[in-house]
Design a protein around this ligand. Structure first.
Ligand SMILES: Nc1nc2c(ncn2[C@@H]2O[C@H](COP(=O)(O)OP(=O)(O)OP(=O)(O)O)[C@@H](O)[C@H]2O)c(=O)[nH]1
Ligand SMILES: [Mg+2]
Length: 602
């Protein structure tokens, strides 16, 4: 039998997981010496590269001495926490990274809690010790306290520590040691992480944790083999989460090595492999022996906390920019997403209307962004938190929020958060004039807060949050304090009229932009909505002005990215998303309809 170790790399966002995996690939000699590869090679999809964050967990395998080490890189952003949960079951141990300056952050807590509860063996990596502000000793203490608070077993609490600068390929076991390479990481993995359990002679049981798609072979399930042996061409039984059993055949078996995949003939218990041949495969399914099919426990991931409604675009400009615009196309695409993404849920709520639930706004915007790139056109509504009844009490999701702000701004931020029903838990000096303040806050109150926070802290503040628990509903929270500037008519914007409107607030669009009645073109500087005419030209006059025309100076419009726009909109507003544009509109386009609606709402 092969000697195997299975590990996941987990941490808060940006603490250096993917960079560490680069180093593990490189220093194990898995990249050939002439092989070209990008920085953060595992962040392979376009959106990941653009944003510099990991969105989907991905696996790779390296050889070290006579061991095969399967490594799963996971995302650190709280919205993708579901990815981490499902991956943890597939491995026997983890590398928990933590930034040597930032220390324990909200998502560090989340992933450590999940990992400890599943009984995984941890190795703690204090990363970025090259930073001048690094305080590795403080951070080790923080990790020790965190493990104790989260109920680590004695064995887990006794975690090995590695100090590293992943970006420089440097690691050592003691801060006083000379700088070394990753050999100490490989050795610690081999010595500390238990070898996989299970027996190659038992009936087959493999659980799918990720799906992939290939134009030639179709759907591919990436899975961990917990028992048995699987060979190319084998007949198998696919056990679905709902108990259904479907007969199938492994048409292709695929192994991993570095960034490459290759066809293999056979794989055994303990390994991570991919297979093709079953079009009905979903995440969480068990591939079993036909004679003796026993499904593994379905995957449990934390419930979604947020919903938005995806709907067919019905704006006056609908159907002009997208390739896929119908209700059927939209539903198919969303259903496909649910099959691969166990942390999201879908519900049809009306003709061409779909409620999508997920972990947070980023998770939703990443889905929407992928869809518009694939040619879809649709509308999305304001995110709403999921309210549920627990033992007869109406409850809503709460988040653990950590902010780092310059000291002189902390008062402003605390006041702002107070209005949003946040409860302050602690305040610590962080050096360099910064303070770290921790809060517990209803998730509802965080919607739309980021933009405000960045304005209040002049872009210097850093905020991080992650799901805490459901708690009793807290009542109304402050929402957007400004109204909308709404176009009264259809047409193309003209500089002359925008010039007249720009004093009224902040514009979201520039000249020669298509608009329609009910479309929102900017933010009013007051709290009420204002209907304006952005397409009015200068009145013709027979008298030629003697001097040059007064130059029209337009303030550059505020760039409303998908995220920003989604945070900005209110209940009676929608985002219109097409491959070419993101527009903001009123749900009801005419003033009359809006009046009628608001009267009804009252
Ligand atoms: N100074 C310093 N920077 C590092 C080190 N390791 C990684 N970084 C930087 O930290 C940033 C984030 O690195 P990633 O590897 O993408 O972090 P990640 O944990 O994979 O991030 P997510 O997957 O989005 O959660 C990048 O700009 C890296 O260059 C290090 O050892 N020292
Ligand atoms: Mg990453």
């Amino acid at each position: 039998m092969q000697k195997i170790r299975n590990i996941a790399v987990i941490a808060h966002v940006d603490h250096g997981k993917t960079t560490l995996v680069d180093g593990l690939l490189e220093q194990s000699g898995t990249f050939g010496s002439h092989e070209q590869h990008d920085e953060r090679a595992m962040d392979s999809n376009a959106l990941e590269k653009e944003r510099g964050i990991t969105i989907l967990s991905k696996n790779t395998a390296i050889r070290y001495k006579d061991y095969k080490i399967n490594i799963i890189d996971t995302p650190g952003h709280a919205d993708f926490g579901g990815e981490v949960e499902r991956v943890l079951k597939m491995v026997d141990g983890v590398l928990v990274l933590v930034d040597a300056y930032e220390g324990v952050m909200p998502q560090t807590k989340f992933v450590v809690k999940k990992m400890l509860a599943l009984g995984k063996k941890p190795i703690v990596v204090i990363n970025k010790i090259d930073k001048p502000s690094a305080e590795p000793d403080r951070v080790v203490d923080e990790m020790f306290d965190l493990f104790a608070d989260m109920g680590a077993t004695d064995d887990q609490q006794d975690f090995p520590v590695i100090y590293a600068a992943a970006r420089d390929g440097m690691a050592k076991l003691d801060m006083d040691d000379e700088d070394g390479d990753f050999e100490c990481i490989f050795e610690t993995i081999i010595n500390e992480i238990p070898e996989p359990e299970g027996d190659a002679a038992n009936p087959l049981q493999a659980q799918v944790f990720t799906l992939d798609y290939d134009n030639y072979v179709g759907k591919i399930g990436i899975s961990r083999i917990f028992n048995g042996t699987v060979r190319k061409g084998d007949n198998v039984m696919l056990a679905k989460a709902d108990g259904e059993m479907i007969k199938g055949k492994i048409s292709k078996l695929i192994g991993f090595h570095g960034l490459n995949r290759m066809e293999i003939d056979e794989a055994e218990a303990g390994d991570i492999v991919a297979f093709a041949g079953m079009e009905t495969v979903d995440v969480g399914d068990t591939v079993c022996d036909t004679e003796n099919p026993v499904a593994l426990d379905p995957m449990h991931v934390e419930e979604p906390t947020l919903t938005v409604v995806f709907a067919v675009n019905d704006s006056p400009l609908a159907g002009q920019e997208g390739k896929h615009v119908t209700s059927n196309k939209l539903r198919e695409r969303l259903e496909f997403e649910m099959n691969t993404n166990v942390a999201m849920k879908l519900e049809t709520i009306g003709e061409g209307k779909f409620k999508v639930s997920g972990r947070g706004e980023l998770q939703i915007t990443v889905l929407a962004e992928n869809m518009r790139r694939e040619g879809y056109e649709f509308s999305i509504s304001r995110p709403e938190v999921i309210v549920k009844e627990i033992e007869g009490v109406k409850c809503e999701p709460f988040e653990h929020l950590v902010i780092d702000v310059p000291e002189d701004l902390s008062g402003t931020v605390i006041e702002r958060l107070g209005k949003r029903k946040a409860e302050m838990k602690s305040m610590l000096p962080m050096g360099q004039g910064f303070q770290r303040i921790e809060f517990e806050i209803p998730a509802r109150a965080l919607i739309g807060f980021r933009g405000q926070f960045l304005t209040d802290t002049k872009g210097e503040g850093v905020m991080n949050h992650s799901f805490l628990e459901f708690r009793p509903f807290t009542g109304a929270v402050e929402s957007r304090s400004y109204g909308a500037l709404i176009s009264m008519t259809d047409g193309e914007t003209l500089g002359f009229s925008l010039f007249g409107i720009q004093d009224r607030g902040v514009l979201f669009i520039g000249v020669q932009t298509k608009v329609y009645e009910g479309m929102i073109i900017g933010e009013h500087s007051r709290s009420n909505d204002l209907v304006v005419n952005p397409i009015k030209g200068k009145a013709q006059s027979n008298v030629r002005s003697s001097g040059a025309d007064e130059a029209i100076k337009l303030v550059p419009p505020r760039d409303m990215s998908l995220e920003r726009a989604l945070e900005w909109i209110e209940d009676d507003e929608l985002l219109e998303v097409t491959p070419k544009n993101i527009r903001i509109r009123k749900k009801y386009l005419t003033e009359n309809e809006r009046k009628r609606y608001s009267r009804k709402a009252k």
